[in-house]
Write a protein that binds this ligand. Structure first.
Ligand SMILES: Cc1cc2nc3c(=O)[nH]c(=O)nc-3n(C[C@H](O)[C@H](O)[C@H](O)COP(=O)(O)OP(=O)(O)OC[C@H]3O[C@@H](n4cnc5c(N)ncnc54)[C@H](O)[C@@H]3O)c2cc1C
Length: 361
């Protein structure tokens, strides 16, 4: 008889883990309190960037690069488009920052990149404000994932492999019966396991501006030090401009998902400065979602200290989407005791700063 596994949460992580465990012969149930890819989950956004640069952290560079191959395989097998091959530009506003620190790790992992001057970086966009730019780190193989669609595709593919998806909110007190339980509950995890999970849940607002046709399929971009990121107009969504600024803590069940005026003003001011031809572009879409932030931006993953057949995953920290299929391999390897979780993912209190997403951790 095969081992049974219950995966709680059908966001991108839980769906990928359920699928991976099914591939490895587990008899899997996937429980979701709303629906796979719900817009209340971080995985339910329209788009998410995939980039390999992670500053000094080679582990994540390699994970992202592996994940990219797995996403492309899934897309080819399913015949559903989830990937936009846009490339991604990092706008460096100083020497020796996150962008330049990423280069040795990209080279080590065999990830293509180019360091461009501001003037040659400008050729990637219809318009680019150059005054404060030190340089551009260009990742030609990076891109944009259709996030909700990709999450739902993973969940559907898991079902094709025999996973049973159930609509249920599963709580630790339910004492779920399975040989292995993986709690992949995103922003809901800290409330379920307050003693083990040191994660803060904050809102983030995302805007889509109506640029003209010159913005179609232009690259993804991140300005790490200023805390802004986005992409060109993919699939008619508009040009994404997102301020990655801290907020107070929120409840993912009750959060009203209307964008804040001050965040819209920040997005507009940034777009006007960095992409001058977007200065008068209207807002044609917006989304509000939540980050599950560990203090140091490393993921949180490990065995529950008392329930040793329970594994907890969380702390995506605003950069977890891209990694999901490769992360699922890592999680499944740990569940099967083929490897140990990395010490920097340990449960419990976190200190220090890895800065894996933006200068605003
Ligand atoms: C605005 C924004 C922009 C982002 N940009 C990027 C990006 O560009 N690139 C990138 O890689 N990452 C990005 N991220 C981060 C990324 O989206 C998340 O790290 C990732 O989606 C988290 O996935 P998850 O499956 O761990 O959690 P979630 O997506 O939150 O999924 C958890 C699921 O578990 C379910 N659940 C919770 N508790 C229970 C329970 N008790 N019983 C049953 N079901 C339960 C929830 O309903 C939910 O569906 C961004 C996040 C946000 C919010």
């Amino acid at each position: 008889m095969s081992e049974t596994a219950l995966v709680v949460g059908a966001g991108v992580t839980g769906s990928a883990v359920a699928r991976e465990l099914a591939r490895r012969g587990f008899d899997v149930t996937l429980a979701e309190q709303y629906s796979p890819g719900t817009v209340r989950s971080a995985s339910g956004g329209d788009t998410r960037l995939l980039r390999a640069a992670h500053g000094d952290e080679e582990w994540y560079t390699r994970l992202a690069w592996r994940a990219r191959s797995l996403w492309l395989e899934l897309q080819a097998e399913a015949g559903t488009q989830i990937w936009e091959p846009t490339g991604l530009a990092w706008f460096a506003v100083r020497a020796g920052g996150f962008e330049e620190r990423s280069i040795p790790q990209l080279a080590q992992a065999g990830v293509p990149y180019e360091w461009r001057s501001p003037a040659t970086g400008a050729a990637l966009f219809p318009s680019l404000g150059l005054e404060d730019l030190h340089g551009v780190l260009w990742e030609p193989e990076a891109g944009v994932l259709h996030a909700r669609r990709a999450t739902q595709l993973l969940a559907a593919d898991a079902e094709r492999l025999g996973v049973r998806t159930i609509a249920a909110r599963v709580l630790p007190g339910d004492e779920p019966e399975a040989d292995v339980v993986v709690w992949a509950c995103g922003a809901w995890l800290p409330a379920l396991f307050p003693a083990e999970i040191d994660v803060r849940v904050e809102r983030r607002d995302v805007f889509f501006l109506g640029g003209d046709a010159t913005w179609r399929d232009t690259p993804g971009w991140v300005e790490y030090d200023s805390g802004f990121y986005g992409h060109g107009d993919v699939a008619g969504l508009g040009v994404k401009v997102a301020p990655d600024f801290p907020s107070s803590e929120v409840d993912p069940d009750t959060l009203d998902r209307f964008p804040l005026r001050e965040r819209e003003d920040a997005a507009r001011a940034y777009a006007t400065r960095r992409f001058p031809t977007l200065a008068a572009a209207p807002v044609i879409g917006a989304r509000v979602c939540q980050y599950d932030l560990s203090a140091d931006t490393h993921f949180v993953f490990g065995r529950h200290p008392e329930r040793v057949s329970w594994w907890l995953f969380g702390g995506g920290s605003g950069h977890g989407f891209k990694h999901a299929p490769a992360l699922a391999e890592y999680i499944a390897d740990c569940v099967e005791e083929r490897r140990e979780p990395e010490p920097f993912h340990a449960l419990g209190e976190r200190t220090g700063i890895a800065g894996l997403r933006s200068a605003y951790y």
